[in-house]
Design a protein around this ligand. Sequence first.
Ligand code: AMP
Length: 218
Amino acid sequence: MRLVFFGAPGVGKGTQAKRLAAQERIPQVSTGEILRESVTQGTALGLQAKGFMESGKLVPDDVVIGLAREKLASRECSHGYILDGFPRTVAQAEALDRTFQEMGRPGLDHVVSFDVPSDQIIKRLSGRRSCPTCQTVYHVDHDQPKLEGRCDKCGGALVQRVDDKPETVESRLKVFDQQTSPLVEYYQKRGLLRRVDSTGDINEVYRRLLKVLGLAGV
Ligand code: AMP
């Protein structure tokens, strides 16, 4: 199954992607996670991306496209994948289509749009906490770790992402409206868009996701 998970920041697509990836045994390819890891490690890619990410802007297309192409060419992606947070611009979507042609690989099966009203998005982002070590995501209200401030999986100290601070959130939502939302039309025209109401709890959203994809739960 070759999927794109699409939606505004904070709609919970990363959480859903992790769960579906585990169920279907396919990799979750999150450009945001790869970039954050690169920033933490101080690699050349990280140094290039840091300023854009911290100010809530998109990292330039050529950088992200190169990253995604490299991942898609790898063996782990040969039997399917979930692209989480890529593409984010029409130029990236076009580059993705070209990549499939050049690699002689089949195109996408579905593009899932996770929909949440914008007032709820701001609330979700401000309460989001994540583990910088393993990137597991929590929420102060509805997805708390067992031990306050500590990651259930690796014990790391939870932090608020720099770009989840209120001043940056506004800029990320604007970027989504201006640069990413045109992808709805792009994929609608190609008959690939599926919509999932992403309000409510994580299990409820997951059930809706499985239904849209015609999959059974485990
Ligand atoms: P995310 O974890 O998906 O919310 O991504 C965090 C940040 O990484 C974004 O705000 C961008 O700065 C950068 N980023 C992630 N994916 C992309 C992409 N496809 N294109 C451009 N920038 C991206």
